[in-house]
Design a binder for this molecule. Structure first.
Ligand code: PEP
Ligand code: MG
Length: 326
């Protein structure tokens, strides 16, 4: 099995009927790029930039960050890299940035909410990214966006940074694609409006599930409510993907669900464009993808969303079909 997977290191991510997708890597720092390349990633779909901050004893400077983003882009050898701006707060503290104690950290002060309140920190990161974009195809995405106002505020600061840097280097950063995570329920519901304002979506299922089921993603007592295959949740994903595609907005997924073999045929059937996962899952996923027909997957997704009522029913349905393939 491992051997069959290895043969696909340089192969395209393609379905049985020839439809192209992208299978990319989630990384936490530029050193992870080696494993992504070794496992044949089509790109980096999620660079969790907060690990640069968490691994430092001081707020990383613009120059320090520039070096890290540049290293990741160069390491990927021309393949696209998506960097997510700082996503701290919630369960991820920063020792040198004191944040208030909160009753409900996951519903509190985190991610883009912090960046928008600290423009100097946010600008240092965006300037580092814009400078690094000279070294390869870079995309930037914003975490935990819930309202159009937040998205526009983030884009405004990005454009300010770009204008400042372009005084010395005309055109710098013009090729950067801007996107947002879909992980707040309202962003998913309102995907149609958001799609008009970004180049791509990346669905963060870890948080999107946590918030939709109102169940802490780290609490074992409520782990039974972590249900990526729940038919109503699948319907919400389909809504996001369809809304994106109506506006030529690419739709990716970078939560754990993107690397789940049971979810794969459903997501392919809904037309999800990019699957970003830990590097160790890439070749397994690419191999399974090559055995799946997108038209059949579309029928399967339709049946799961419209005829199943529980996650268990969806799981049984998909397992039965996958059994016929392997
Ligand atoms: C997610 O929420 O699915 C996601 C990818 O972000 P993180 O796991 O870093 O919160
Ligand atoms: Mg998240």
């Amino acid at each position: 099995e491992q051997k069959e997977w290895r043969q696909r290191v340089n192969a395209p991510s393609i379905s049985k009927d020839g439809q192209r997708f992208e299978i990319s890597a989630n990384i936490g720092n530029p050193n992870d790029v080696a494993a992504a390349v070794q496992q044949g990633a089509d790109g980096v779909g999620l660079f969790r930039s907060e690990f640069l901050y968490m691994g430092s004893d001081h707020m990383p400077t613009e120059d320090e960050q520039y070096q890290s983003y540049r290293q990741a882009l160069i390491g990927m050898q021309g393949k696209p890299v998506v960097v997510r701006t700082l996503d701290i707060g919630g369960d991820k503290p920063l020792p040198y940035l004191p944040l208030p104690r909160e009753m409900n950290p996951f519903l509190g002060y985190r991610a883009i909410r912090i960046s928008l309140k600290h423009p100097a920190i946010f600008k240092a990161q965006l300037r580092a990214l814009i400078r690094a974009s000279a070294h390869g195809p870079l995309s930037i995405m914003f975490p935990m966006i819930g309202t159009i106002a937040e998205l526009r505020a983030a884009k405004k600061i990005f454009n300010e940074c770009k204008r400042e840097l372009q005084k010395d280097q005309p055109g710098l950063g013009n090729s950067i694609k801007l996107g947002m995570m879909i992980e707040v329920p309202l962003a998913a519901i309102n995907a149609e409006q958001f799609a008009k304002e970004v180049d791509f979506f990346s669905i963060g299922t870890n948080d999107l599930i946590q918030y939709n089921f109102a169940a802490d993603r780290g609490n074992d007592e409520v782990a039974y409510l972590y249900q990526p295959l729940n038919p109503a949740f699948l319907g919400l994903l389909k809504h996001v993907i369809d809304a994106g595609h109506r506006h030529d907005t690419k739709v990716a997924m970078c939560g754990e669900m993107a690397g789940d073999s049971i979810a794969l045929p459903l997501l392919m059937g809904m037309g999800l464009d990019e699957y970003s996962m830990s590097s160790s899952s890439i070749l397994r996923t690419r191999t399974l993808m090559s055995k799946l027909d997108t038209n059949e997957c579309a029928r399967l997704a339709d049946e799961a969303i419209n005829q199943c009522v529980t996650a268990g029913e969806v799981r049984a349905l998909v397992k039965e079909r996958l059994g016929e393939i392997n």
